[in-house]
Design a protein around this ligand. Structure first.
Ligand SMILES: NC(=O)c1ccc[n+]([C@@H]2O[C@H](COP(=O)([O-])OP(=O)(O)OC[C@H]3O[C@@H](n4cnc5c(N)ncnc54)[C@H](O)[C@@H]3O)[C@@H](O)[C@H]2O)c1
Length: 253
């Protein structure tokens, strides 16, 4: 078991990529807090993990609110006695469209969910990780943060910020034995954000356009990303700090 007895929080785990990460880590022995603002989704994921013999509990919290993130971390410590791994996965995007058409409200929401959440998670999770002698923070960024395409400009920028912030956190927290890494997934058509990224329903034409840019010839799955997260969470990655794993089939443009 590669994550045996590790106490893990996965934000935005009531659907999509976060759900995949929560399930994969639980299957490898982690004790997981499934966080989301969507209670029905989060409870479903917990029920599925538990039915498969894993350990998980749901905690509703909005990752953009400091008091709620503090309560989330406190819950992991209360339930499992400690925190070892913080996966900042919750994310959001404005719909794919010209940058000048994105409202200020949408811009603020993108940065609150994608970026401020990393700050709040650091404020509240780092003391808990320090208390147990270290741990692993995994931030879900995006290929968009490295190789941006038109239509998602403000989202792309927020993920670029996640990537460089993760590297800076890694440099600063390394002496505490807290490793900070990110994962850059490429487009996954089976998630809640897919139509927003695509700028409309993921029809055959949109699928083909995306696929043409992925040399391995398929989209990413939640499991692809979860496998990378499992590695970064595990002791196998004990000397891996400040990296960004691109789980993107080699997307070149
Ligand atoms: N799907 C893709 O193609 C893709 C590609 C690259 C990166 N990503 C990133 O992967 C991460 C997961 O996205 P997904 O595609 O699985 O999307 P999703 O919409 O399927 O899941 C995101 C989950 O986050 C939750 N959430 C939203 N705001 C929240 C908040 N304030 N507090 C707590 N939970 C909140 C949602 O309720 C949802 O359950 C995001 O950071 C996204 O930017 C996705």
């Amino acid at each position: 078991m590669r994550a045996q007895n590790k106490s893990v929080i996965v934000t935005g785990a009531g659907n999509g990529i976060g759900e995949g990460i929560a399930k994969r880590l639980a299957a490898e022995g982690a004790q997981v807090i499934v966080n989301d603002i969507n209670e029905a989704g989060g409870q479903r994921v917990v029920a599925e993990i538990t039915a498969a013999g894993g350990t998980a509990a749901f905690f509703k919290a909005d990752v953009t609110h400091s008091a709620q993130v503090k309560a989330l971390v406190d819950e992991a410590v209360r339930l499992y006695g400690r925190l070892d791994v913080m996966v900042n996965n919750a994310g959001w995007t404005h719909r794919n469209r010209p940058m000048l058409e994105v409202s200020e409200e949408e811009f603020d929401k993108v940065y609150a969910i994608n970026m401020k959440s990393i700050y709040l998670s650091a404020i509240h999770a780092v003391p808990a990780l320090r208390k147990v002698g270290g741990g692993s923070i995994i931030n879900i960024a995006s290929t968009a943060g490295l190789r941006p395409r038109p239509g998602l400009t403000w989202y792309n920028g927020s993920k670029g910020a996640v990537i460089i912030t993760s590297k800076s956190m890694a440099a600063e927290l390394g002496p505490d034995n807290i490793r900070v890494n990110c994962i850059n997934p490429v487009f996954n058509p089976d998630t809640g954000l897919a139509a927003e990224f695509a700028g409309g329903p993921v029809d055959d034409a949109r699928r083909a356009k995306f696929l043409a840019t992925i040399p391995l010839g398929r989209f990413s799955t939640a499991l692809d990303v979860a496998n990378a997260a499992l590695y970064l969470a595990s002791d196998e990655a004990s000397f891996i700090n400040g990296v960004c794993i691109e789980v993107d089939g080699g997307r070149c443009v």
